[in-house]
Design a protein around this ligand. Structure first.
Ligand code: 4AD
Ligand code: MG
Length: 431
Protein backbone atom coordinates (compact mmCIF):
# COMPACT_ATOMS: atom_id res chain seq x y z
CA UNK A 1 0.00 0.00 0.00
CA UNK A 2 1.49 3.34 -1.11
CA UNK A 3 1.22 5.77 1.80
CA UNK A 4 2.58 9.15 2.87
CA UNK A 5 5.09 9.50 5.66
CA UNK A 6 2.39 11.16 7.77
CA UNK A 7 0.18 8.06 7.55
CA UNK A 8 2.65 5.82 9.35
CA UNK A 9 1.63 6.83 12.84
CA UNK A 10 -1.98 5.77 12.22
CA UNK A 11 -1.06 2.39 10.78
CA UNK A 12 -0.48 -0.64 12.96
CA UNK A 13 2.74 -2.43 13.82
CA UNK A 14 3.75 -4.95 11.19
CA UNK A 15 1.70 -3.34 8.41
CA UNK A 16 3.34 -3.47 5.00
CA UNK A 17 3.71 -0.09 3.29
CA UNK A 18 5.39 1.57 0.35
CA UNK A 19 6.80 5.09 0.59
CA UNK A 20 7.76 7.23 -2.37
CA UNK A 21 10.05 10.18 -1.97
CA UNK A 22 13.60 11.44 -1.65
CA UNK A 23 16.54 10.59 0.56
CA UNK A 24 16.62 13.29 3.20
CA UNK A 25 19.29 11.82 5.48
CA UNK A 26 21.52 8.82 5.06
CA UNK A 27 23.67 7.04 7.61
CA UNK A 28 25.55 3.78 7.39
CA UNK A 29 25.96 2.06 10.73
CA UNK A 30 28.77 -0.49 10.71
CA UNK A 31 28.86 -2.88 7.79
CA UNK A 32 25.32 -4.20 7.97
CA UNK A 33 22.87 -1.42 8.63
CA UNK A 34 21.78 1.69 6.75
CA UNK A 35 19.37 4.30 8.05
CA UNK A 36 17.56 6.28 5.38
CA UNK A 37 15.27 9.15 6.26
CA UNK A 38 12.79 9.59 3.42
CA UNK A 39 11.08 12.87 2.72
CA UNK A 40 7.80 13.31 0.89
CA UNK A 41 5.33 16.18 0.73
CA UNK A 42 3.92 15.32 4.14
CA UNK A 43 7.08 14.98 6.18
CA UNK A 44 9.84 12.48 6.88
CA UNK A 45 10.07 8.84 7.91
CA UNK A 46 12.93 6.72 9.09
CA UNK A 47 13.69 3.52 7.22
CA UNK A 48 16.20 0.90 8.24
CA UNK A 49 17.89 -1.54 5.86
CA UNK A 50 19.57 -4.60 7.36
CA UNK A 51 22.00 -6.43 5.12
CA UNK A 52 21.03 -9.78 6.57
CA UNK A 53 17.32 -9.42 5.84
CA UNK A 54 17.23 -8.02 2.30
CA UNK A 55 18.28 -9.28 -1.11
CA UNK A 56 21.73 -8.48 -2.44
CA UNK A 57 20.13 -6.18 -4.99
CA UNK A 58 18.28 -4.13 -2.37
CA UNK A 59 21.40 -3.91 -0.24
CA UNK A 60 23.47 -2.60 -3.12
CA UNK A 61 20.65 -0.21 -4.08
CA UNK A 62 20.71 1.09 -0.53
CA UNK A 63 24.50 1.41 -0.52
CA UNK A 64 24.53 3.45 -3.71
CA UNK A 65 21.98 6.08 -2.76
CA UNK A 66 22.83 9.77 -2.44
CA UNK A 67 21.10 12.51 -0.52
CA UNK A 68 18.08 13.49 -2.67
CA UNK A 69 18.05 10.30 -4.73
CA UNK A 70 14.42 9.52 -5.51
CA UNK A 71 13.09 6.09 -4.65
CA UNK A 72 10.31 3.78 -3.61
CA UNK A 73 10.76 1.81 -0.44
CA UNK A 74 8.74 -1.21 0.64
CA UNK A 75 8.81 -2.58 4.14
CA UNK A 76 7.00 -3.26 7.41
CA UNK A 77 6.23 -0.85 10.21
CA UNK A 78 7.88 -1.20 13.56
CA UNK A 79 7.47 0.98 16.63
CA UNK A 80 10.64 2.88 17.48
CA UNK A 81 10.73 5.69 19.99
CA UNK A 82 13.94 7.09 18.46
CA UNK A 83 12.42 7.51 14.97
CA UNK A 84 11.08 11.01 14.14
CA UNK A 85 7.46 9.79 13.99
CA UNK A 86 7.74 7.02 16.55
CA UNK A 87 7.68 4.31 13.88
CA UNK A 88 10.22 3.12 11.39
CA UNK A 89 9.99 1.14 8.22
CA UNK A 90 11.98 -2.07 8.22
CA UNK A 91 12.92 -2.23 4.58
CA UNK A 92 12.32 -5.26 2.38
CA UNK A 93 12.94 -3.70 -0.99
CA UNK A 94 14.36 -0.50 -2.44
CA UNK A 95 13.50 0.61 -5.94
CA UNK A 96 15.52 3.64 -6.98
CA UNK A 97 13.78 6.06 -9.35
CA UNK A 98 16.79 8.30 -9.91
CA UNK A 99 20.01 7.73 -8.00
CA UNK A 100 21.62 10.74 -9.67
CA UNK A 101 24.80 12.42 -8.44
CA UNK A 102 26.26 13.47 -5.09
CA UNK A 103 24.05 16.31 -3.83
CA UNK A 104 25.83 19.68 -3.98
CA UNK A 105 24.33 21.06 -0.77
CA UNK A 106 26.38 19.80 2.16
CA UNK A 107 26.43 20.76 5.79
CA UNK A 108 28.55 23.90 5.67
CA UNK A 109 27.12 26.43 3.33
CA UNK A 110 26.92 30.19 3.04
CA UNK A 111 23.70 32.15 2.52
CA UNK A 112 24.89 33.13 -0.95
CA UNK A 113 25.57 29.53 -1.90
CA UNK A 114 22.10 28.48 -0.80
CA UNK A 115 20.61 31.28 -2.86
CA UNK A 116 22.56 30.10 -5.92
CA UNK A 117 21.21 26.61 -5.18
CA UNK A 118 17.68 27.84 -4.61
CA UNK A 119 16.25 25.45 -7.21
CA UNK A 120 17.44 22.60 -4.95
CA UNK A 121 17.16 24.39 -1.60
CA UNK A 122 13.39 24.71 -2.08
CA UNK A 123 13.36 21.04 -1.06
CA UNK A 124 14.67 21.85 2.40
CA UNK A 125 12.24 21.17 5.19
CA UNK A 126 12.19 24.82 6.19
CA UNK A 127 11.28 26.09 2.73
CA UNK A 128 8.85 23.23 2.28
CA UNK A 129 7.05 24.26 5.46
CA UNK A 130 7.01 27.93 4.42
CA UNK A 131 5.70 27.23 0.94
CA UNK A 132 2.91 25.08 2.33
CA UNK A 133 1.95 27.85 4.75
CA UNK A 134 2.15 30.43 1.96
CA UNK A 135 -0.29 28.39 -0.09
CA UNK A 136 -2.75 28.24 2.78
CA UNK A 137 -2.36 31.93 3.61
CA UNK A 138 -3.20 32.89 0.03
CA UNK A 139 -6.16 30.50 0.14
CA UNK A 140 -7.53 32.20 3.27
CA UNK A 141 -7.14 35.65 1.76
CA UNK A 142 -9.05 34.60 -1.37
CA UNK A 143 -11.62 32.70 0.68
CA UNK A 144 -12.35 35.73 2.85
CA UNK A 145 -12.84 38.06 -0.11
CA UNK A 146 -14.80 35.53 -2.16
CA UNK A 147 -17.18 35.07 0.78
CA UNK A 148 -17.73 38.82 0.83
CA UNK A 149 -18.85 38.90 -2.78
CA UNK A 150 -15.60 40.05 -4.38
CA UNK A 151 -14.66 39.15 -7.95
CA UNK A 152 -11.07 38.29 -8.76
CA UNK A 153 -9.76 40.20 -11.76
CA UNK A 154 -6.59 39.77 -13.80
CA UNK A 155 -4.70 42.97 -14.55
CA UNK A 156 -1.98 43.54 -17.16
CA UNK A 157 1.69 43.46 -16.22
CA UNK A 158 2.91 45.74 -19.06
CA UNK A 159 1.70 49.25 -18.38
CA UNK A 160 2.37 52.86 -19.25
CA UNK A 161 0.86 54.52 -16.19
CA UNK A 162 2.84 54.29 -12.98
CA UNK A 163 0.83 54.10 -9.80
CA UNK A 164 3.43 54.71 -7.14
CA UNK A 165 5.97 57.17 -8.56
CA UNK A 166 7.95 57.08 -11.81
CA UNK A 167 11.51 56.53 -10.62
CA UNK A 168 10.95 53.00 -9.35
CA UNK A 169 9.76 51.35 -12.56
CA UNK A 170 11.40 48.69 -14.67
CA UNK A 171 11.47 49.73 -18.30
CA UNK A 172 10.77 47.21 -21.03
CA UNK A 173 11.30 47.57 -24.76
CA UNK A 174 7.94 46.80 -26.36
CA UNK A 175 8.21 46.61 -30.17
CA UNK A 176 9.80 50.01 -30.41
CA UNK A 177 7.79 51.48 -27.55
CA UNK A 178 8.77 52.01 -23.96
CA UNK A 179 6.52 50.34 -21.40
CA UNK A 180 6.94 49.42 -17.75
CA UNK A 181 6.41 46.41 -15.53
CA UNK A 182 3.49 47.28 -13.29
CA UNK A 183 4.18 48.63 -9.78
CA UNK A 184 0.62 48.03 -8.68
CA UNK A 185 -2.59 46.84 -10.30
CA UNK A 186 -4.65 49.39 -8.43
CA UNK A 187 -5.50 51.64 -11.36
CA UNK A 188 -6.88 48.66 -13.31
CA UNK A 189 -8.75 47.40 -10.27
CA UNK A 190 -10.31 50.85 -10.03
CA UNK A 191 -11.52 50.56 -13.63
CA UNK A 192 -13.15 47.20 -12.84
CA UNK A 193 -15.22 48.37 -9.84
CA UNK A 194 -17.52 50.25 -12.19
CA UNK A 195 -18.58 46.87 -13.48
CA UNK A 196 -18.08 44.49 -10.55
CA UNK A 197 -18.18 46.86 -7.55
CA UNK A 198 -15.90 44.79 -5.30
CA UNK A 199 -12.84 43.29 -6.94
CA UNK A 200 -9.37 42.08 -6.09
CA UNK A 201 -6.32 41.16 -8.07
CA UNK A 202 -3.50 38.90 -6.98
CA UNK A 203 -0.60 39.54 -9.29
CA UNK A 204 3.11 40.37 -9.27
CA UNK A 205 4.17 43.97 -8.76
CA UNK A 206 7.63 45.24 -9.65
CA UNK A 207 9.69 47.89 -7.90
CA UNK A 208 13.08 49.06 -9.11
CA UNK A 209 13.82 50.31 -5.59
CA UNK A 210 17.44 50.31 -4.61
CA UNK A 211 16.46 49.14 -1.13
CA UNK A 212 18.69 46.47 0.30
CA UNK A 213 16.64 45.47 3.33
CA UNK A 214 15.17 42.32 4.77
CA UNK A 215 11.73 43.31 3.49
CA UNK A 216 12.19 44.51 -0.05
CA UNK A 217 11.85 42.44 -3.18
CA UNK A 218 11.95 43.81 -6.72
CA UNK A 219 9.18 41.39 -7.69
CA UNK A 220 6.49 40.61 -5.15
CA UNK A 221 2.96 39.24 -5.13
CA UNK A 222 0.41 41.87 -4.45
CA UNK A 223 -3.17 41.39 -3.29
CA UNK A 224 -5.14 44.50 -4.23
CA UNK A 225 -8.81 44.77 -3.31
CA UNK A 226 -10.76 47.77 -4.58
CA UNK A 227 -14.30 48.58 -3.47
CA UNK A 228 -16.94 50.92 -4.87
CA UNK A 229 -18.83 52.97 -2.27
CA UNK A 230 -16.33 52.18 0.51
CA UNK A 231 -15.10 55.00 2.73
CA UNK A 232 -11.61 54.91 4.20
CA UNK A 233 -13.18 53.73 7.48
CA UNK A 234 -14.92 50.83 5.67
CA UNK A 235 -11.59 50.14 4.01
CA UNK A 236 -9.68 49.82 7.29
CA UNK A 237 -12.40 47.59 8.78
CA UNK A 238 -12.10 45.24 5.84
CA UNK A 239 -8.31 45.13 6.20
CA UNK A 240 -8.29 44.28 9.90
CA UNK A 241 -10.94 41.61 9.39
CA UNK A 242 -9.07 40.09 6.45
CA UNK A 243 -5.75 40.01 8.29
CA UNK A 244 -7.32 38.54 11.44
CA UNK A 245 -9.15 35.90 9.43
CA UNK A 246 -5.98 34.76 7.71
CA UNK A 247 -3.91 34.73 10.91
CA UNK A 248 -6.47 32.73 12.88
CA UNK A 249 -7.15 30.31 10.04
CA UNK A 250 -3.43 29.66 9.83
CA UNK A 251 -3.24 29.06 13.57
CA UNK A 252 -6.05 26.51 13.42
CA UNK A 253 -5.09 24.72 10.20
CA UNK A 254 -4.68 21.03 10.96
CA UNK A 255 -2.65 20.35 7.86
CA UNK A 256 -0.07 22.91 8.96
CA UNK A 257 0.52 22.11 12.61
CA UNK A 258 3.77 20.28 11.96
CA UNK A 259 4.97 23.01 9.58
CA UNK A 260 4.27 25.74 12.14
CA UNK A 261 6.09 23.71 14.75
CA UNK A 262 9.05 23.11 12.46
CA UNK A 263 9.25 26.85 11.80
CA UNK A 264 8.99 27.64 15.50
CA UNK A 265 5.92 29.84 15.06
CA UNK A 266 4.48 31.03 18.36
CA UNK A 267 0.80 30.44 17.74
CA UNK A 268 -0.20 33.01 20.36
CA UNK A 269 1.05 35.72 17.98
CA UNK A 270 -1.59 34.61 15.46
CA UNK A 271 -4.44 35.19 17.89
CA UNK A 272 -5.41 38.65 16.71
CA UNK A 273 -8.77 40.31 16.29
CA UNK A 274 -10.27 43.61 15.16
CA UNK A 275 -10.24 46.48 15.83
CA UNK A 276 -6.56 47.26 15.36
CA UNK A 277 -5.12 50.34 17.02
CA UNK A 278 -5.27 53.51 14.89
CA UNK A 279 -2.61 56.18 15.29
CA UNK A 280 -2.77 59.50 13.49
CA UNK A 281 0.46 60.33 11.62
CA UNK A 282 0.98 63.51 13.69
CA UNK A 283 0.67 61.48 16.89
CA UNK A 284 2.98 58.86 15.44
CA UNK A 285 5.65 61.52 14.89
CA UNK A 286 5.41 62.42 18.59
CA UNK A 287 5.61 58.77 19.62
CA UNK A 288 8.72 58.17 17.50
CA UNK A 289 10.46 61.18 19.03
CA UNK A 290 9.40 60.22 22.57
CA UNK A 291 10.82 56.74 22.07
CA UNK A 292 14.22 58.01 21.11
CA UNK A 293 13.80 58.45 17.36
CA UNK A 294 14.29 61.66 15.44
CA UNK A 295 11.75 62.63 12.81
CA UNK A 296 9.96 65.79 11.71
CA UNK A 297 6.40 66.24 10.51
CA UNK A 298 6.39 65.71 6.75
CA UNK A 299 8.99 62.95 6.70
CA UNK A 300 8.20 59.34 5.85
CA UNK A 301 8.85 56.44 8.21
CA UNK A 302 11.84 54.18 7.66
CA UNK A 303 12.73 50.90 9.27
CA UNK A 304 13.77 52.56 12.58
CA UNK A 305 10.59 54.61 12.93
CA UNK A 306 8.40 51.61 12.12
CA UNK A 307 10.20 49.62 14.80
CA UNK A 308 9.61 52.30 17.41
CA UNK A 309 5.94 52.61 16.48
CA UNK A 310 5.14 48.94 17.03
CA UNK A 311 7.14 48.64 20.25
CA UNK A 312 5.15 46.44 22.63
CA UNK A 313 2.38 45.75 20.12
CA UNK A 314 1.02 42.24 19.71
CA UNK A 315 -1.24 42.90 16.73
CA UNK A 316 -0.84 45.13 13.67
CA UNK A 317 -1.59 48.85 13.97
CA UNK A 318 -2.79 51.48 11.51
CA UNK A 319 -1.04 54.78 10.91
CA UNK A 320 -3.54 57.21 9.36
CA UNK A 321 -3.65 60.69 7.86
CA UNK A 322 -0.25 60.99 6.27
CA UNK A 323 0.76 64.33 4.78
CA UNK A 324 -0.53 64.47 1.19
CA UNK A 325 2.89 65.23 -0.23
CA UNK A 326 4.52 61.98 0.89
CA UNK A 327 1.76 59.73 -0.43
CA UNK A 328 0.52 58.78 -3.89
CA UNK A 329 -1.32 61.24 -6.12
CA UNK A 330 -4.65 59.39 -6.17
CA UNK A 331 -5.32 59.65 -2.42
CA UNK A 332 -8.23 61.79 -1.26
CA UNK A 333 -7.62 64.74 1.05
CA UNK A 334 -9.21 64.43 4.47
CA UNK A 335 -11.65 67.37 4.62
CA UNK A 336 -11.39 67.26 8.44
CA UNK A 337 -7.59 67.41 8.47
CA UNK A 338 -6.43 69.55 5.54
CA UNK A 339 -2.98 68.71 4.22
CA UNK A 340 -3.42 65.05 5.08
CA UNK A 341 -4.94 62.17 3.14
CA UNK A 342 -7.55 59.53 3.93
CA UNK A 343 -4.96 56.81 3.89
CA UNK A 344 -3.48 54.21 6.20
CA UNK A 345 -0.49 51.97 6.44
CA UNK A 346 -0.85 48.80 8.45
CA UNK A 347 2.32 48.02 10.38
CA UNK A 348 2.89 44.47 11.58
CA UNK A 349 4.19 43.88 15.10
CA UNK A 350 7.62 42.39 15.86
CA UNK A 351 9.47 44.65 13.44
CA UNK A 352 8.01 43.16 10.26
CA UNK A 353 7.08 46.63 9.06
CA UNK A 354 4.39 47.78 6.64
CA UNK A 355 2.20 44.99 5.33
CA UNK A 356 -0.64 47.04 3.83
CA UNK A 357 -1.00 50.45 2.22
CA UNK A 358 -4.49 51.70 1.48
CA UNK A 359 -6.58 54.79 0.92
CA UNK A 360 -9.79 56.36 -0.24
CA UNK A 361 -9.28 57.50 -3.82
CA UNK A 362 -10.02 60.90 -5.28
CA UNK A 363 -13.29 60.41 -7.15
CA UNK A 364 -13.75 63.98 -8.38
CA UNK A 365 -12.39 64.72 -11.86
CA UNK A 366 -11.21 68.29 -11.22
CA UNK A 367 -9.63 67.44 -7.91
CA UNK A 368 -7.68 64.61 -9.51
CA UNK A 369 -6.47 66.73 -12.44
CA UNK A 370 -5.24 69.40 -10.04
CA UNK A 371 -3.46 66.95 -7.81
CA UNK A 372 -1.76 65.29 -10.77
CA UNK A 373 -0.52 68.69 -11.91
CA UNK A 374 0.80 69.39 -8.45
CA UNK A 375 2.62 66.05 -8.50
CA UNK A 376 4.10 66.75 -11.93
CA UNK A 377 2.32 63.83 -13.65
CA UNK A 378 1.56 64.05 -17.34
CA UNK A 379 -2.15 63.93 -18.00
CA UNK A 380 -1.76 62.14 -21.34
CA UNK A 381 -0.27 59.07 -19.59
CA UNK A 382 -3.35 58.82 -17.39
CA UNK A 383 -6.17 59.90 -19.68
CA UNK A 384 -7.86 56.52 -19.40
CA UNK A 385 -7.62 56.73 -15.61
CA UNK A 386 -9.13 60.21 -15.66
CA UNK A 387 -12.02 58.87 -17.75
CA UNK A 388 -13.07 56.84 -14.71
CA UNK A 389 -13.84 60.17 -13.01
CA UNK A 390 -15.78 61.46 -16.00
CA UNK A 391 -18.32 58.70 -16.41
CA UNK A 392 -20.29 57.62 -13.38
CA UNK A 393 -17.56 58.21 -10.80
CA UNK A 394 -18.32 56.96 -7.29
CA UNK A 395 -16.53 57.20 -3.94
CA UNK A 396 -14.24 54.22 -3.59
CA UNK A 397 -11.32 52.82 -1.60
CA UNK A 398 -8.84 50.02 -1.75
CA UNK A 399 -5.57 48.68 -0.50
CA UNK A 400 -2.56 46.59 -1.36
CA UNK A 401 -1.19 43.77 0.79
CA UNK A 402 2.25 42.40 -0.02
CA UNK A 403 1.96 38.60 0.16
CA UNK A 404 5.61 38.06 1.09
CA UNK A 405 5.54 40.73 3.79
CA UNK A 406 2.42 39.11 5.19
CA UNK A 407 3.93 35.62 5.12
CA UNK A 408 7.09 36.98 6.72
CA UNK A 409 5.03 38.46 9.54
CA UNK A 410 2.76 35.47 10.16
CA UNK A 411 5.64 32.98 10.14
CA UNK A 412 8.02 35.40 11.85
CA UNK A 413 10.69 34.95 9.17
CA UNK A 414 14.03 36.73 9.33
CA UNK A 415 14.14 37.68 5.67
CA UNK A 416 11.48 38.31 3.04
CA UNK A 417 13.34 36.22 0.47
CA UNK A 418 12.30 33.07 2.32
CA UNK A 419 8.64 33.93 1.80
CA UNK A 420 8.91 33.34 -1.96
CA UNK A 421 10.44 30.36 -3.78
CA UNK A 422 12.64 32.30 -6.20
CA UNK A 423 13.35 35.73 -4.73
CA UNK A 424 14.20 38.70 -6.90
CA UNK A 425 16.17 41.35 -5.10
CA UNK A 426 18.40 44.19 -6.14
CA UNK A 427 21.36 41.83 -6.62
CA UNK A 428 19.66 38.55 -7.41
CA UNK A 429 17.72 37.27 -10.42
CA UNK A 430 19.14 33.72 -10.62
CA UNK A 431 18.03 30.95 -10.56
O1 4AD B 1 2.28 50.83 -0.17
P1 4AD B 1 2.31 50.35 -1.58
O2 4AD B 1 3.37 50.89 -2.46
O3 4AD B 1 0.87 50.67 -2.17
C1 4AD B 1 0.44 50.43 -3.43
O4 4AD B 1 1.09 49.93 -4.31
C2 4AD B 1 -1.01 50.76 -3.64
N1 4AD B 1 -1.24 51.01 -5.06
C3 4AD B 1 -1.82 49.59 -3.15
C4 4AD B 1 -3.30 49.79 -3.33
O5 4AD B 1 -3.85 50.65 -2.68
N2 4AD B 1 -3.92 49.02 -4.16
O6 4AD B 1 2.42 48.78 -1.59
C5 4AD B 1 1.45 48.00 -0.93
C6 4AD B 1 2.09 46.86 -0.17
C7 4AD B 1 3.02 47.31 0.95
O7 4AD B 1 2.32 47.61 2.12
C8 4AD B 1 3.89 46.08 1.10
O8 4AD B 1 3.21 45.08 1.83
C9 4AD B 1 4.02 45.60 -0.33
O9 4AD B 1 2.94 46.11 -1.04
N3 4AD B 1 5.27 46.05 -0.92
C10 4AD B 1 6.39 45.30 -1.05
N4 4AD B 1 6.64 44.03 -0.72
C11 4AD B 1 7.86 43.53 -0.99
N5 4AD B 1 8.84 44.26 -1.57
C12 4AD B 1 8.63 45.55 -1.93
N6 4AD B 1 9.60 46.24 -2.54
C13 4AD B 1 7.35 46.12 -1.67
N7 4AD B 1 6.81 47.33 -1.89
C14 4AD B 1 5.55 47.27 -1.43
MG1 MG C 1 3.24 51.93 1.23
Amino acid sequence: MLVYTSDLKKLGEGKEVSLRGWVHRYRKLGENKIFIVIRDVKGIAQCVVKKTSVSEKTWSNAENLYIESSLIVRGNLKKDERAPTGVEVVVKEIEPICVGFPYPIQKDYSEEFLLDMRHLWVRSRKLQAIMKARHYIITYLREFLDNRGFFEITPPIFTVSGAEGGSEMFEVEYFGNKVFLTQSSQLYAEAMIFSLEKVYSLAPSFRAEKSRTRKHLTEFWHLEPEMAFYSQEDNMKLQEELVSYAANSLREEEELQSSLELLGVDKETLKISPPFKRIDYSKAIEIVNERGGKIEWGEDFGVDEERLLVEGEKAPIFITNFPSEIKAFYMKEDPKKPGTVLASDMLAPFEHGEIIGGSERISDYKELVEKMKRFGLREENYSWYLDLRKYGSVPHSGFGLGIERFVKYLLNLQHIRDAIPFPRTINRFYP
